[in-house]
Design a protein around this ligand. Structure first.
Ligand SMILES: Cc1cc2nc3c(=O)[nH]c(=O)nc-3n(C[C@H](O)[C@H](O)[C@H](O)COP(=O)(O)OP(=O)(O)OC[C@H]3O[C@@H](n4cnc5c(N)ncnc54)[C@H](O)[C@@H]3O)c2cc1C
Length: 433
């Protein structure tokens, strides 16, 4: 049994680190525990044979000036500012992102179907509230764009049919183009970058540099420490060889993991927890012996004939991520089954050849298959009902569960930093109350 801590933080991804920094600045005593040997969570960089790989594409979009200054301070001067080069690969051609506003270059019959459908949807008189993401797409983009991009791409990204997803998650992330943009984009006139992420900041040596910079301000971080259980009645984290009493628990670990740790979880909360769904993601880090044949940052791939739905190029974010004369890719696989590399790699290589990234499979120096257990929280039709049981329970137990997976949402790194800071402020208020 050790000394009681006012605030215990679980998880040292960006949310947990940000909370610890905020509490430190306010001189609030706290402890922070991370399961892994390294901080950063999803925002880490892995060194491997001279290459540096993030956990697929991680690019910083910073809307707030204050946050931007703070993040640049943590990263330091060794960063690059990049203008997005993202494309769609479909029907054997590249088009610009977003698909819905850039149909120029597609086969004429496909472009016509997209344009015609968009115009019909735009001028439709009857627009009932969409009941799911499929209806949202049909209503906002029309039949053609939905069929050729929105529905197949999103089914591959989320791992479930868009009918199973509510439309609430997407307002911020799916750009809704104006009619003028769609018309201009159909004839190749669009030179305006659409969407929330047209510019980004990237640490030259990989996104892990951000967490490293933050972790330098949290020297008391306890790595490879994960509680066996949480005794809520006695407000204790139970570790293998220690019990840590806390006033407030600030958790950034995935919500289902947190709930599983709690002893004697009430039955309705257990039932709600069983309804939380999140997709996992299997992806390949691919090291090439040569520079790749295209210079895009990432490409969306909606067609089912390819085993991947997105391919990105780490070494286009920053050439320092690959040795001179080489390059590196991430390939996000559409199947949710554990990949059989011997079977999937030839299909992936074939796709990369078609996309003009490599000339032949021999251009691949090595491949690593990696998995992200918690990738995308699924906003299905049980989502809000489940959270309406779980959130009040946590609140009355004075547990602040926050972050992308702690808060069970779809959000970005800049949000994680804000979530952590806000939760630290709430923890302070709870302690005083
Ligand atoms: C494929 C993918 C691509 C993305 N791309 C971008 C992008 O381009 N731009 C962007 O801004 N955002 C992107 N994101 C989102 C971004 O990764 C997250 O918003 C952010 O990293 C979340 O940070 P977090 O601290 O909330 O969670 P996490 O990073 O998940 O951190 C949680 C921490 O808790 C630890 N933990 C888990 N269980 C325990 C336990 N029992 N005890 C102690 N510790 C535990 C974990 O090891 C981890 O370190 C992407 C996410 C994914 C999945």
């Amino acid at each position: 049994m050790s000394e009681r801590t006012p605030v215990a933080i679980l998880g040292a991804g960006l949310t947990g680190l940000s909370a610890a920094i905020e509490l430190g600045e306010r001189s609030v005593r706290h402890r922070i525990f991370e399961r892994l040997a390294k901080p950063g969570g999803h925002a880490v960089t892995i060194e491997d044979n001279g290459f540096r790989f993030d956990r697929t594409g991680h690019l910083l979009h910073l809307k707030s000036d204050a946050l931007r200054a703070q993040v640049l301070d943590w990263i330091g001067p060794d960063h690059v500012q990049v203008q997005r080069r993202s494309v769609i690969w479909s029907n054997g051609v590249y088009t610009r992102y977003p698909f819905q506003a850039n149909t120029f270059g597609l086969p004429p019959a496909v472009a016509y179907e997209c344009l015609n459908g968009f115009i019909a949807a735009h001028f439709a008189e009857h627009k009932p509230a969409p009941r799911n993401f499929e209806e949202y797409c049909l209503q906002h983009f029309g039949e053609g764009i939905s069929k050729h991009f929105m529905l197949p791409y999103n089914a591959r990204l989320w791992g479930v049919h868009p009918k199973e997803i509510t439309s609430d998650w997407c307002q911020r992330f799916v750009p809704l183009p104006r009619l003028e943009d769609v018309l201009a984009g159909a004839v190749g006139l669009n030179d305006r970058e659409l969407g929330y992420n047209a510019n980004f900041i990237y640490p030259r040596l990989g996104m892990g540099e951000l967490a490293e910079g933050m972790a330098r301000l949290v020297p008391h971080l306890e790595l490879e420490r994960s509680p066996r259980s949480i005794d809520l009645a006695r407000r204790k984290l139970i570790f293998e060889h220690e019990e840590v009493e806390f006033d407030v628990l600030l958790s950034s670990i995935p919500l289902p993991v947190l709930l599983r740790l709690i002893d004697e979880l009430p039955e309705p909360v257990q039932a709600a927890a069983a309804k939380l769904r999140c997709s996992h993601l299997d992806y390949l880090d691919v090291a090439l012996r040569r520079t790749a044949g295209r210079d895009f940052h990432w490409a969306y791939v909606p067609e089912a004939k390819y085993p991947f739905y997105r391919v990105g190029q780490y070494s286009q974010f920053s050439p320092a991520l690959a040795p001179p004369g080489r390059s590196s890719l991430y390939v996000e696989l559409a199947s949710r089954d554990r990949p059989d590399i011997d079977r999937v790699l030839p299909l992936v290589a074939h796709g990369l050849v078609e996309m003009g990234l490599i000339d032949a499979p021999d251009d691949i120096e090595f491949v690593r298959a990696r998995r992200i257990d918690f990738a995308y929280v699924i906003f299905d039709h049980q989502y809000f009902a489940a959270l309406s049981v779980i959130r009040p329970f946590l609140e009355q137990a004075r547990i602040l569960s926050t972050g992308r997976y702690g808060g069970w949402n779809y959000s970005a790194m800049e949000d994680a930093i804000s979530f952590g800071k806000n939760a630290a402020e709430k923890a302070l208020a709870l302690r005083r109350s």
